[in-house]
Design a protein around this ligand. Structure first.
Ligand code: SF4
Length: 166
């Protein structure tokens, strides 16, 4: 699980990642490995996700801020599934043909950033007039409502994961 991006609006919410991890642990016994760069706020988010999954009775560990690029690739290659924002881990997973659920907010397929893998599912808010709004994703939603991410619920992501695990 990689809940980060350098672009603010490309990030789905940390608490929803945590709830998703907890739900997947509860329903399917999946263990969560949190990855991503950054040893400050990101590491706190990683620990929070671990706590939530543990509260749900699942296994989780945070490697946020602790992996080299090579180690990150190894973790992704060994994963049963990758769940991430529109960010580098999605493309690493595609390169290794690891099943992937990618969450896309302000960007869209027509700009070419979708994972090039048949084993990937993109969760996105279709039919939103303001979307896509920026080639990368602005740091803050220019409309203020941030519906491209706000409208994506935990159950949407859990179902995408379940579809890939079948
Ligand atoms: S303007 Fe629309 S697409 Fe852009 S960040 Fe806000 S909700 Fe998302």
């Amino acid at each position: 699980m990689s809940p980060f991006s350098v672009w603010g609006t490309k990030m789905w919410f940390a608490d929803r990642f945590a709830r998703t991890g907890a739900e997947l642990a509860r329903r399917h016994g999946l263990a969560v490995v949190g990855v991503g760069g950054g040893a400050g706020r990101e590491a706190v988010i990683g620990r929070t996700i671990v706590e939530k999954v543990a509260e749900a009775g699942g296994k989780a560990v945070s490697l946020v801020g602790e992996t080299s690029i090579g180690e990150l690739k190894a973790v992704i290659k060994g994963a049963r599934l990758v769940l991430a924002n529109d960010s580098a881990p999605v493309h690493v997973a595609a390169a290794f043909n690891v099943p992937t659920v990618a969450i896309f907010g302000p960007t869209a397929r027509k700009w070419g950033f979708f994972p090039l893998s048949e084993r990937a599912i993109v969760v996105e808010r279709l039919g939103l007039e303001c979307r896509p709004c920026h080639i990368h994703g602005p740091q803050k939603c220019p409309k203020g409502h941030f519906r491209c991410m706000n409208d994506i619920q935990v159950e949407d992501v859990v179902q995408a994961v379940e579809n890939l695990l079948r």
